[in-house]
Design a protein around this ligand. Structure first.
Ligand code: ADP
Ligand code: MG
Length: 739
């Protein structure tokens, strides 16, 4: 009989060594400093500056800042620079790299190769190839945005994000970050709404700043730093788990006796194979201009995190997609498989992606560019309070939409499971800031001397204290952490574009309204600073119920939130409905971020994806019960039964009660599994009978999820009862502790 594949895998893993990679070196053989090769595989607008004629560069910048289309001549000049750079680097192909609504990125490669008039092979890359491409849109989700006779979609260069080169084993490809739109200009991707939201955010922020007397601001950009959590599992063990391969998570698996209770993993010393993975990952990311900053062990065994330095939201969004892809690729080189799923292992902490978010103002003579940085001067503090009010106003009005933006099957396992913020969206400000808000609300007199009042409020003490404060609330979905908010409920596998779009939009809308109100009050004779503080006070009162400083995991909070009438959308399908609610529609179409049709299509895509993902899980579970769980259990049953019979033959007086009990436990579980497996099949045929996707989603999220949990309890018990030798699926203790 051949050895159990699990055991074979473990033997092979035993002989693994940390992988070495070729570090870049100078002529003298010394390894290069990171600063010497950072961004070497990217071509940013700044890098193009010296190579482009001045006027072309100016046009490029205008195009970046205003979205104005480049005319052919400039495009050709830029394409020439891009081509020269790429050919020198040994690139043969280019592609428009974009983010359809699949959660992944897409690319269609074209060779530079073409033929001149004399039939000679040449390398050529034109302005129009740089600016636009036409992939067949019919194979990407469009949520009904596209009828089949108009299958065309366009990708268009987004010059605000640097062009980069992806190196693979046998060649290099130039990637041109792009947006993806339909023939009629409807957004089919994640990037377009993000860019639109950034534009309105800038416009409304400047309006607000102007109204407050700040005239220097030229542009305001949301800044984002997404902390990426992930698991690493040895590749061989992964390959033996069809559920991980098909669904990204284990559909069953008994709890290991040791999980994370020893609390010895978080920030612990990084295992050597993993560290060498991280080092190669960082090397790859640096060349791509991704500012990876911190690396550490996370809470669960085999769980880790990478956090970059924050960047402008659109670049951060692209970079996070690059991070996820490069991580996956580099992990394979190190004989690991990267798991980005929100909950790969039941009973073990899942993974999230804390999105740190703030706004930076760009302009001549603008100091202290972070608008959420309370600061050195009373004036800056007044500005800070206003921005804070705007954020709270946005979160208060659009909490349900924020929940919708992070809705997906994986996240349902995390939210509210006492390891991640609950599905109730609230904002945490911390003790000092709360005290300041309370004082403001209860009426510090700022009519006479607003600046003096601000000093008395003590806002200026916030930054120094919050930097390393200990009362930081880990349970809040949207927490202020000193000079930024941290949107913590985002899932680890999700593109950040949409969640960030929603935050941008909600805050932009609030800033627009506050700017209007402020202008009115100043017009009617109020002093600017007093009017600002008055508005801040009113906003704090109006949005008070969305502030929560307590433990978000506590059962009391669920009740308290219900009293406050905060939405608690537990499951993804109900959350996704918030996308098409009246306030959301008004937000998106009012600000020109998504038309009603675009919102509906997005809603459709999200629901459809939910149904597909859950259906795959149900199918996979059923088939694994049939082929992976029942067979070894039957074998165990058979052996135990014949052993009992043999024993009785040898010794009629032998007591077999306990053994029969054990046999009954096994056979009972087998029977139960067979009938539940039939229930799974019945559920799927019922679902096939529905035509409405939302209805399918609701059934899957209720009955489907419950049934899957039921099946799991039998299967997990059998894993405990069946001989280790017969059990073909790698166990939790192996996947999580062997590397
Ligand atoms: P902490 O959360 O402990 O304060 P850091 O200051 O290291 O940790 O920041 C965590 C993440 O927040 C990093 O990705 C960082 O780049 C990001 N971040 C810091 N400042 C900002 C900002 N102004 N806007 C957006 N993200 C930020
Ligand atoms: Mg973290």
């Amino acid at each position: 009989m051949s050895m159990n594949p699990r055991f074979q895998a473990i033997v092979q893993i035993e002989s693994r060594h940390p992988r070495k990679f070729e570090q870049p070196r100078n002529e003298r053989g010394q390894s290069l400093r990171v600063s010497e090769y950072f961004g070497s595989n990217t071509l940013s607008p700044e890098a193009m500056k010296e190579k482009l004629p001045r006027e072309v560069y100016q046009k490029l910048i205008v195009s970046i800042e205003t979205g104005k289309k480049l005319e052919r001549e400039s495009a050709n000049a830029i394409a020439q620079v891009v081509q020269d750079w790429a050919l020198e680097k040994g690139v043969t192909h280019f592609c428009h790299w974009f983010q359809p609504q699949t959660g992944l990125t897409a690319e269609k490669h074209d060779a530079f190769l073409t033929f001149d008039d004399h039939g000679h092979a040449i390398d050529k890359f034109s302005g129009s190839q740089l600016i636009q491409s036409e992939p067949d849109a019919s194979s990407f989700p469009s949520g009904g945005m596209r009828t089949t006779f108009e299958a065309r979609g366009y990708t268009a260069w987004d010059p605000s994000s640097p062009i980069f080169i992806i190196e693979s084993t046998n060649g290099k490809t130039l990637c041109i970050p792009s947006v993806f739109i339909s023939y009629h200009g409807d957004a089919l991707d994640e990037k377009t709404p993000l860019l639109r939201s950034m534009e309105v955010l800038s416009k409304n922020a400047i309006e607000l700043l102007n109204a407050m007397g700040d005239k220097n601001a030229k542009r305001v950009v949301p800044t984002v730093g997404p902390e990426q959590e992930y698991f690493l599992v040895d590749r061989l063990l992964y390959k033996l788990r069809p559920d991980l391969i098909m669904t990204g998570r284990t559909l069953f698996g008994g709890q290991p006796p040791r999980g994370q209770q020893l609390e010895d993993h978080y920030f612990g010393s990084i295992p050597s194979r993993v560290l060498s993975f991280m080092q190669e990952l960082e090397f790859e990311l640096y060349r791509l201009g991704v500012p990876a900053k911190t690396r550490h062990n996370e809470v669960a065994p085999s769980q880790f995190e990478m956090a970059p330095i924050f960047e402008e939201a659109n670049v951060a969004a692209d970079h996070n997609q690059i991070v996820m892809e490069v991580m996956r690729r580099v992990a394979t080189r190190h004989n690991f498989t990267l798991l980005l799923h929100e909950k790969p292992f039941a009973g073990i902490n899942g993974s999230g992606k804390h999105c740190n978010w703030s706004m930076a103002v760009v302009g001549d003579g603008v100091e202290d560019s972070n608008l959420l940085e309370p600061g050195k001067t009373p004036h800056q503090n007044i500005r800070f309070l206003m921005m804070l009010a705007a954020v709270l106003k946005g979160v208060h009005r659009h909490a349900a939409l924020m929940r919708a933006a992070i809705a997906m099957p994986g996240n349902d396992h995390r939210l509210g499971a006492n390891e991640a913020p609950p599905a109730i969206i609230s904002a945490f400000l911390g003790q000092q800031l709360t005290e300041i808000c309370d004082k403001l609300e209860s009426g510090v007199n700022f009519e006479k001397d607003p600046e003096e009042a601000v000093i008395r409020l003590g806002v200026s003490k916030i930054p120094s204290i919050s930097k390393d404060n200990t009362d930081r609330n880990r349970t809040s979905p949207f927490a202020f952490t000193g000079n930024k908010f941290e949107f913590r409920a985002v899932g680890s596998s999700m593109p950040i574009s949409f969640p960030v779009t929603v935050v941008n939009a909600a805050v932009a809308e609030a800033m627009g309204e506050l700017a209007e109100a402020l202008k009115q009050r100043i017009k009617s004779g109020k002093k600017a600073d007093s009017a600002v503080l008055e508005l801040v006070r009113e906003t704090l009162v109006e949005t008070k119920k969305v502030r929560f400083e307590g433990n978000n995991y506590a059962e009391e909070w669920v009740k308290e939130a219900a009293r406050r009438e905060l939405p608690n959308l537990r499951k993804a399908p109900e959350a996704i409905e918030a996308l098409v609610s009246a306030p959301a529609m008004k937000l998106f179409s009012g600000l020109g971020i998504l038309s009603e049709a675009e919102v509906r299509s997005r809603h459709h895509v999200m629901i459809e994806r939910y149904v597909k993902m859950l259906s795959i899980e149900v199918e996979m579970l059923g088939s694994m019960i049939d082929t992976y769980v029942i067979p070894p259990a039957v074998r165990e049953q058979q052996e135990l039964a014949s052993s009992i019979r043999a024993l009785q033959e040898v010794d009629k007086s032998a007591s077999v009660t306990e053994q029969v009990k054990r046999l009954k436990d096994i056979s009972g579980r087998i029977n139960s599994l067979i009938s539940k497996r039939q229930a799974l099949a019945a559920l799927m045929s019922r679902i096939a009978g529905f035509s409405d996707e939302s209805e399918k989603a609701r059934l899957l999220s209720s009955e489907g999820v419950t049934l899957m949990q039921d099946v799991r309890s039998d299967a997990d018990r059998l894993e405990e009862l069946v001989s280790d030798e017969y059990w073909p699926l790698p166990k939790y203790r192996e996947m999580l502790f062997i590397s």
